[in-house]
Ligand binder design. Structure first.
Ligand SMILES: Nc1nc2c(ncn2[C@@H]2O[C@H](COP(=O)(O)OP(=O)(O)OP(=O)(O)O)[C@@H](O)[C@H]2O)c(=O)[nH]1
Length: 405
């Protein structure tokens, strides 16, 4: 079992994690920018209006002073004053509406609106006075009265606008601070979410690894690292299904080390283990990547050979015979001659894996019976000593039964 699926899964998880983190980062930056823009835009219009209105009190006073010095025949400054007396109430109304619609605290702006209302009544009085002046002309008393009203209005307006300015600046600063905290909270939250998602992904990855490791163990022979009987069965079922679709040949080879008990008895079990492991390596060196090598138990092995007919399987088996004889053994067992018996069978029409396995097993038995260190396959069955004719499967069955008795 390779690590490739785990690596692929890890790559996919990392990619998903990176994408998620990027989306979160873009969302945070976009949100923060939007929020700041919104706060700024809310008060900018009001501040602009207040700044414009703050010029009105000074203009009013200037217009009144010029009025004093104006020649009765020239009505230029009277017109300027008249215009101001119409414009200032409009501006006050505009600012009042904006204040009422804003998020400012009512308790903060109530005195300010009260003062503006007072200024409005004073403006009405000034307007009345002004109309009278226009009608009756200016005298010392009228001028004095106009100046008093003008100063009162100027004071009220200046105080109200400066208070309002202060309130707006304060509110703006408060909101910016709130937005800062809010942004920090959102960022922390998102970071936590991202970390949590990352942790879950890591856990999933670990679980996947553990599952793969367990699956690997359940399919693997501990001593040799080869597949075990169960895995061979699974692969064989897949190969049989594939064979039905593509009509490709499929062969099975069963191998059993000869007189292996003697190795154990002569050199000890650990040396026997080493020999089994070396034989497994020898087998793997002989086969192709698409072949499946398994240890069936004890000193018995199997090789499933997709896209391989009986003849090619036999040739491979002959090669394995030679490689086994030439296989270097552990030092302690240097004198021993290791050989193997092999039964080979090719899948026939309508076969199941059980059929294929039983036939190969029978031929393996035949190889043992015929003297070991040989291959028995459908293409070259062992000869019966007295007749010299090759044995077929039925004859091998009979031989097997006779020996069992
Ligand atoms: N060292 C070692 N020996 C094992 C292992 N599994 C099975 N064996 C031994 O393999 C031997 C098999 O002996 P037998 O079934 O008599 O077969 P054999 O001696 O190879 O004789 P033939 O198969 O008839 O040629 C026994 O001694 C088992 O103890 C293993 O994992 N390690």
């Amino acid at each position: 079992m390779t690590n490739a699926p785990i690596r692929a899964l890890r790559r996919r998880l990392l990619l998903a994690f990176g994408l998620l983190a990027s989306v979160c980062a873009v969302a945070i930056v976009y949100y923060a920018a939007q929020a700041r823009q919104h706060v700024g835009a809310d008060y900018t219009a009001m501040v602009a209006d207040v700044v414009r209105s703050q010029e009105d009190p000074a203009r009013l006073l200037t217009a009144l002073t010029r009025l004093e010095n104006e020649h009765p025949d020239h009505r230029i400054h009277q017109e300027e004053l008249g215009e101001l007396l119409l414009r200032i109430p409009r501006r006050i109304e505009n600012i009042r509406i904006q204040v009422l619609r804003s998020d400012l605290d009512r308790r903060d702006y109530a005195p300010l609106l009260e003062e503006l209302s007072h200024v409005e009544t004073r403006l009405e009085a000034l307007l009345g006075q002004f109309v009278q002046v226009q009608r009756d002309g200016l005298d010392e008393r009228e001028i004095e009265r106009l100046r008093e009203l003008g100063l009162e209005i100027e004071g009220g307006l200046a105080w109200s606008y400066s208070e309002l300015n202060h309130l707006v600046q304060q509110a703006s600063a408060d909101q910016r601070q709130t937005m800062g905290w809010l942004t920090l909270a959102v960022v922390s939250l998102l970071v936590m979410v991202v970390l949590a998602v990352g942790a879950v992904m890591l856990m999933m990855l670990r679980l996947q690894r553990q599952r793969d490791a367990m699956r690997h163990q359940s399919h693997t022979d501990v001593l040799t690292g080869l597949f075990n009987r169960r895995r061979l069965q699974e692969v064989a079922e897949q190969e049989f299904a594939r064979r039905q679709r593509h009509d490709a040949p499929l062969s099975l080879m069963l191998l059993d080390l000869d007189h292996f008990k003697r190795v154990n008895d002569a050199y000890g079990h650990p040396v026997g283990d080493e020999v089994l492991t070396s034989f497994a390596e020898t087998l793997q060196r002989q086969v192709r990547r698409l072949d499946t090598v398994a240890r069936m138990g004890g000193e018995e092995f199997a090789v499933l050979l997709p896209n391989t007919d009986g003849r090619a399987a036999r040739q491979l088996a002959e090669r394995i015979l030679g490689a086994t004889r030439a296989m270097p053994l552990p030092e302690e067992a240097g004198d021993h001659r290791l050989t193997v018996s092999i039964g080979v069978s090719e899948a026939r029409q309508g076969d199941s894996f059980e059929h294929l396995y039983t036939r190969a097993d029978r031929r393996l038995y035949g190889a043992k019976e015929a003297g070991r260190d040989r291959v028995v396959s459908s293409e070259a069955l062992p000869k019966v000593a007295n007749s010299g004719a090759p044995l077929d499967d039925d004859e091998l069955d009979k031989l097997q039964q006779r020996n069992a008795r």
